[in-house]
Design a protein around this ligand. Structure first.
Ligand SMILES: [Zn+2]
Length: 353
């Protein structure tokens, strides 16, 4: 009995070792054939996969149903260009695949930006088609499909209602600055003259409105151009990652752009996982970048960082957390700057006169 268990354990162990070896191996390159081709474009005779004179691939054949389908699928990354392969590698050896890509293994994988756009469009399509929608509820624990759970939908309504009240207050402040000063503000500003008071409230209203205005502007980008919004988020995450991961055991020194490409590939990976998660749970989130619960996103990101940068677990967690803090600070600064610009453009001159 004991020996049987031991042999099972050993076979699992050797399978795991094999998997680890495979994870560390870059995608294989097919051996070159000795077959002689005549280029259909320039009639040059050659051996190899591409015409050395004009660059047309040897795989180009006369048009038929098969090559036409292939051409149509190529546009969507399903043909001979390798989106399914890129997705497969992103699921099973994500960090190592990204490391290979940054080291120059470009040919086996689909271009990252195109892939992110296609995957985001697919995720949005699925989110649109699925019946259950979870939105405006914060925290994954109480995320429920609103069509089946009235409590969740009531919660959602309350959240939206309080949001509406806040924005109503802000609008009121902007339209009629004098009417909104609460008794508390009155006490604090007691020694101000009525005129100064009105002026102060006007400025307060304008500041509130600037912050709200810029937030709405950012929200609109998120609603109308999801891929762009994801890229902006990745830009801020890259700032944090650049502070703590630009020098690492596996990658040596990385440029900001390289790390940004790494983040874009990770976003594609999260988008694939979101699609799978939505299809499995039939749940959709419209208030977050991804349909996945936050805890899964954190675990996936840590696995990616560990594989890509090669720090030990403890360092990966510590540096990852610090990177998130830095990127958060930069995002807050971005909001403040944006609101400031909004304020200057929209209200500063108005207040002057
Ligand atoms: Zn040729």
């Amino acid at each position: 009995m004991a020996s049987k268990i031991r042999s099972i354990f050993q076979s699992i162990n050797s399978k795991l070792k094999q998997f680890r070896r495979w994870q560390l191996t870059p995608a294989p390159v097919k051996p070159m054939s000795n077959h002689r081709h005549i280029c259909l474009n320039c009639s040059h005779k050659y051996t190899g996969d591409f015409c050395p004179r004009c660059g047309q691939p040897a795989s180009v054949k006369r048009l038929n149903a098969k090559t036409t389908t292939q051409g149509a699928l190529d546009v969507w990354g399903m043909g001979s260009r390798s989106m399914p392969r890129a997705i497969f590698h992103l699921l099973f050896r994500p960090g190592y695949m990204i490391a290979d890509y940054l080291h120059g293994h470009r040919q086996p994988y689909f271009p990252p930006f195109k892939m992110l756009f296609i995957l985001t469009a697919t995720a949005m399509l699925i989110a649109h088609v699925l019946p259950g929608t979870v939105s405006a509820i914060k925290g994954d624990s109480n995320a429920q499909v609103s069509s089946t759970d009235s409590v969740a939908s009531v919660q959602a309504d309350t959240t939206m209602l309080s949001g509406a009240i806040v924005s109503h207050e802000i609008t009121k402040a902007a339209i009629n600055p004098d009417s909104t000063s609460s008794s508390r503000t009155k006490d604090a500003d007691e020694d101000l003259s009525a005129e100064e008071q009105a002026e102060l409230n006007k400025v307060k209203g304008a500041v509130f409105n600037s912050v709200a205005g810029f937030s709405t502007f950012v929200d609109n980008i998120d609603k109308t151009n999801k891929p762009l919004s994801l890229l902006i988020t990745q830009f801020f995450l890259t700032i944090g990652m650049y502070c703590f991961f630009r020098k690492s055991p596996r990658m040596g020194r990385l440029a900001f752009t390289e790390q940004f490409f790494g983040q874009v590939l990770m976003t594609s990976q999260l988008q694939v996982l979101s699609i799978l998660y939505m299809l499995m749970t039939l749940q959709v989130r419209t208030d977050e970048d991804f349909a996945l619960p936050s805890i899964i996103i954190v675990i996936v990101a840590l696995i990616d960082f560990k594989q890509l940068y090669g720090f030990n677990w403890w360092k990966t967690i510590k540096k990852g957390a610090l990177a998130m803090v830095v990127s958060f600070v930069f995002q807050v600064a971005f909001y403040l700057l944006g609101s400031g610009i909004y304020f200057v453009v929209k209200y500063a001159f108005q207040l002057e006169s």
